[in-house]
Design a protein around this ligand. Structure first.
Ligand code: FAD
Length: 459
């Protein structure tokens, strides 16, 4: 796999490649580092570590990005909200990353935002000052102008300020990191669930291939626990004390774009509890969210009726035409945070790396700061392994999709195992273009027939 990746032609990385890789894996085979979890934290870490020349294995229980990393607001942002909370250094670092990703990748793009001012928002002066600071931190200081609502929004909205941030597709960002790691020689396997960890000077990791049911045992000098909301469960499996991660659930709804005439994304404040929310136009839909509440289980579920009502009620002040019948789909994810308190809005949004023996656990990595976090984790691992830390620009995303790839391209080069992996995480029509779903599924049938895709999700 690694050797093929060093050429310029796209690497073949299909479910067949996955099968071959698994059958070549020897029981007890040793790796320098085993990364658990194929979300943004694990994929970024594997990508950064791959550049050190270390021998890396990444194991993901579901598909790549099947956890929180495909259920986010898909923003690469400095976090205006964090600025309101006085987290200036966090905002500065996130803005730097936003600018880096805008400059150096083709999977992050700028989006213009309007922040709406009404009785429930912060005051005009406070928002103007916040946005000035935001532009200053980005190195382009300007004092934003208040623009009056001239009928584009319902009467309660007095007007707005303009600013910009960036958007990506979260699962695409993960898949690009996975493929970049694979191109640098790492072994990254989806549908491989870690079932046991025996910590020692060399740690044994047991896992099950959820496609064949076969069990494997491998060993690693270092284990990097990037299981996001499940990171504490991994420590439990390893017989280590929990780090006490706080989990905060967040839901989004998706409605047709015809409900909104503008091009800009909207930031507004919910009249229910004053939280900042977003309406983000993407392809043929609007993504609206999010909730933020402490939960006690990491399991992925659908948004509850109460969460949906909260989002709908909040957003209907801006777009009155939407209602329950407008919802095309909805999704839910869990933020893995480390910190105290019951108000998720107040728990630190900085990432943390905690070490217990040769197991490193990583919490709180956002899409936006995945590079900073991955580089830091990889540096710590490289030190333990006695290798040179990854270079300043790592993790470099050197995988590039061709323009307008066909379904067959994803199948052959991005290791989907089921049709759902295509429709949710390689070519995510389920979210951005639900009306194209049946057509994409029909195109997948050919690959089901030749054994490259499974028709049903793996439960
Ligand atoms: C509602 C919401 C909106 C957000 N919006 C944004 C945003 O706009 N911008 C931004 O920068 N950040 C955002 N975030 C934050 C960001 O999405 C998350 O912090 C990030 O995706 C977490 O990534 P992760 O890799 O740590 O966790 P995950 O993506 O959950 O990855 C962990 C992986 O570990 C795997 N795993 C679990 N157990 C095992 C096992 N036994 N064996 C193998 N694998 C296992 C899981 O299947 C999962 O894929 C948002 C978060 C939420 C919840």
């Amino acid at each position: 796999m690694g050797a093929a990746g060093r050429t310029n032609s796209p690497l073949e990385y299909s479910s067949e490649t996955r099968k071959t890789t698994l059958s070549a894996l020897k029981q007890g085979q040793q790796f320098d580092a085993i990364v658990i979890g194929g979300g943004i934290t694990g994929s970024g870490t594997a990508n950064a570590l791959s550049a050190t020349g270390a021998k890396i294995l990444l194991l993901e229980r579901g598909d790549f990005a099947s956890g929180t990393s495909s259920a986010s607001s898909k923003l690469i942002h400095g976090g205006l909200r964090y600025l309101q909370q006085g987290r200036i250094f966090l905002t500065r670092d996130l803005i730097r990353e936003r600018e880096y990703l805008l400059r150096n990748t083709n999977i992050v793009r700028r989006i213009d935002f309007r922040i709406l001012i009404d009785d429930y928002s912060a005051s005009r002066t406070a928002v103007r000052f916040g946005l000035f600071l935001y532009s200053l931190l980005a190195g382009r200081p300007h004092i934003p102008k208040f623009i009056r609502n001239r009928g584009e929004y319902p009467a309660g909205i007095r007007g707005y300020f303009e600013f910009y941030d960036a958007v990506t597709d979260d699962s695409t960002l993960v898949v690009h990191n996975i493929l970049s790691a694979v191109m640098k020689g790492s072994v990254c396997l989806n549908y491989c669930e870690v079932t046991g960890i025996s910590a020692g000077s060399i740690t044994e990791v047991r896992f099950t291939d959820r496609v064949s049911g076969n069990a494997f045992s491998v060993s690693g000098k270092v284990v990097v626990n990037c299981a996001g909301p499940w990171a504490d469960s991994m420590l439990e499996i390893a017989g280590k004390p929990s780090n006490g991660a706080r989990l905060s659930g967040g839901s989004h709804i998706v409605v047709d774009i015809s409900h909104y005439k503008g091009m800009q994304a909207l930031a507004f404040f919910s009249h229910i509890d004053g939280r900042q929310m977003f309406i983000i136009p993407r392809e043929s839909v609007l993504i609206i969210g999010t909730t933020d509440s402490i939960v006690h289980s990491a399991e992925m579920r659908k948004p509850t009726p109460e969460e949906i009502d909260y989002i709908l009620e909040s957003a209907r002040r801006i777009i009155p035409s939407i209602n329950r019948d407008s919802i095309l789909t909805s999704f839910y994810g869990v933020r893995p945070l480390l910190g105290m308190g019951n108000d998720p809005g107040k728990i630190t949004r900085n990432f943390s790396i905690l070490q217990e023996g040769n197991i490193l656990s990583v919490y709180g990595v956002k899409l936006t700061d995945f590079r900073t976090a991955s580089k830091k984790v990889a540096g710590r691992v490289a030190r333990i392994l006695g290798k040179k830390a990854p270079g300043n620009d790592e993790p470099v995303i050197n995988y590039r999709r061709p323009a307008d790839p066909k379904i067959g391209y994803y199948v052959k080069h991005e290791c989907p195992v089921t049709i759902e992996d295509i429709t949710r995480r390689r070519f995510p029509v389920d979210i951005y273009s639900p009306s194209s779903r049946e057509n994409v599924i029909a195109q997948c049938k050919e690959f089901v027939q030749n054994g490259l895709l499974l028709p049903e999700p793996i439960e």
